[in-house]
Design a protein around this ligand. Structure first.
Ligand code: AHR
Length: 517
């Protein structure tokens, strides 16, 4: 890569001078690593549920609120009588213990008793599209179906697609149908999904799911438009799974990779630190397949014994279980069939190991005022290096106990501050750890950055590139935002979307322009 030095000429309208750019080909800048440009991700702003994870049903397992079936409402058409309530007496399994009890008390003919879900700020309805719907159901007593599934407009006056499941049994069973929309004049973001009965009786449902076609048609897959936007940036890596999402508000609410694997109906989900529950439908394997599909390498952040409320496990025997979890997670990515977790990945459907060069210990551990990070880092570092000597270990705060291979720096500042500080790494210690700028943004504009912010970003990036002998990787944060007001928690984000459409912000195009050139 050659250093390009623009001559800074004043622009005046009078001279109409087009300006000039001097390229000193005899003075090349430092080589930019092929790993330099990447993406950072976590569950924030409904980045996955209501975002990249293509599931369209919100609160599909009725766990989002213990008292109410939030995002669901009863449908009573044509004078029918019925009720819905949460029920914990009929667990599907250890992970999903809640179901929705639907009582069709008085219904016949064309009447119906059912439930509607309005998705994540709307169900997207697209022309000539095949949706895959599934649900678990269990009939009480004499009810035996049928159950009808439909995609409708908000008040039920238009039905876009419909299918019926004939017989419902008294034991939990999964039912799957396809729903095909016809030709529509224009797509809509105001659909709803309805599951209903026209015969009397009581039944339970849970894990109610609706998927549009996904990227590369992966089952339990990701949204096509968002994947296209990311793939076209040609990112080299994905820093996953956070961010604060890795840590959780409490240790119990950390990202526990083992609970995010396997059949989505056996994943308990967990509370995310950004104020809502994560279904964990986008779990560790889905992250890795996301990497594979966008040709990115995972930069794996492992939980390091510190949660956002300050709870922490000091170095010593108490920390061993978390160190072991990290080793297991690395094995899940890289192990072969002879290893426990490599075998588990193969069983989960991915025989080939994933590439892995960087492992990050925790996230923003300078927040840990107890001073425990130094010891915690050393314990993870030693265990990982002993088993995987080639892995590069990233620390999230300065440490003295070991020399990290890389340290992760974060910056959220105004566009002006970013531009003014573009020389930040010009004088950085060349003998210290390498630098990963693992979260940063010019934070102007909401929900996505302004053009001014993008200019601040561009100026800052020139400084990172100029110092890429020491700055080995960079990624903007946060990456994704569902732009509906109730969906977002962070001000300035790279890519915005609602349930139907997605767009790149000015900063997205800066990242893309730098990353692809
Ligand atoms: O990017 C949003 C948040 O900012 C991240 O979760 C956290 O690491 C940082 O403080």
């Amino acid at each position: 890569m050659l250093a390009m030095v623009p001559a800074l000429l004043p622009i005046t309208h009078a001279t109409a001078d087009p300006g000039s750019l001097k390229v000193r080909v005899n003075q090349p800048g430092v080589k930019i690593s092929p790993m330099f440009y990447g993406l950072m991700t976590e569950e924030i702003n409904h980045a996955y549920d209501g975002g990249l994870y293509a599931e369209l049903i919100q609160n599909r397992a009725f766990k989002d609120n213990p008292n109410n079936p939030v995002h669901w409402s009863i449908v009573l058409d044509g004078g029918s009588v019925g009720s819905i309530s949460l029920d914990n007496s009929q667990p599907l399994n250890d992970a999903l213990h809640t179901s929705l009890k639907v009582e069709a008390i008085a219904v016949s003919g064309k009447q119906r008793v059912g439930v509607a879900n309005t998705g994540f700020w709307g169900i997207p309805v697209e022309s000539m599209t095949r949706y895959r719907a599934s649900f678990y159901a269990k009939a009480d007593g004499s009810f035996n179906g049928p159950i009808t599934l439909s995609i409708e407009n908000r008040d039920g006056t238009i039905t876009y697609a419909k299918a019926t499941v004939g017989r419902i049994t008294n034991a939990w069973k999964q039912y799957t149908v396809t729903l095909n929309t016809g030709k529509l004049e224009k797509p809509s973001n105001a659909g709803r999904f309805v599951l209903s009965a026209s015969t009397q009786g009581t039944f339970h449902i849970t894990q109610v799911s609706l998927f549009p076609p996904t990227y590369k048609n992966r089952p339990n897959g990701l949204r096509r438009d968002l994947m296209d936007l990311m793939a076209s940036m040609q990112p080299a890596f994905l820093r996953l799974p956070g961010g604060n999402y890795l840590e959780g508000n409490t240790i119990a609410e950390r990202f526990d990779f083992k609970k995010t694997l396997g059949d989505p109906a056996t994943r308990p989900g967990h509370q995310c630190p950004w104020g809502y529950r994560s279904s964990d439908g986008l779990g560790l394997l889905e992250y890795l397949e996301w990497c594979e599909d966008c040709k990115m390498e995972p930069v794996l952040a492992v939980f390091a014994g510190y949660a956002l409320n300050g709870e922490h496990v000091a170095a010593g025997p108490g920390l061993n279980q978390f160190v072991q979890d990290a080793l297991d997670e690395i094995e899940y990515l890289t192990g072969d069939a002879s290893t426990t977790w490599g075998a588990r990945r193969i069983k989960d459907g991915h025989p080939a190991p994933f590439p892995l060069r960087y492992v990050e210990i925790g996230n923003e551990d300078w927040f840990d005022r107890s001073g425990s990070y130094d010891g915690r880092f050393a314990q993870f570092y030693d265990a990982i290096k002993a088993k995987y000597p080639k892995l590069q270990i990233i620390s999230t705060a300065p440490v003295r106990s070991r020399k990290p291979d890389v340290i992760d720096d974060h910056y959220y500042r105004s566009a002006r501050a970013m531009a003014n500080d573009a020389g930040h790494y010009d004088k950085a210690d060349r003998n210290g750890p390498k630098i990963f700028v693992g979260e940063w943004a010019s934070t102007e504009g909401s929900p996505t950055p302004t053009l001014k912010a993008a200019l601040g970003d561009a100026a800052w990036l020139t400084g990172l590139e100029r110092n890429s002998d020491i700055v080995v990787m960079e990624c903007y944060a946060p990456l994704l935002v569902n732009v509906n007001p109730g969906a977002r928690q962070w001000g300035t984000n790279l890519i915005g979307y609602d349930c139907l459409t997605a767009f790149g912000s000015p900063s997205y195009y800066v990242q893309k322009m730098f990353g692809t050139n």
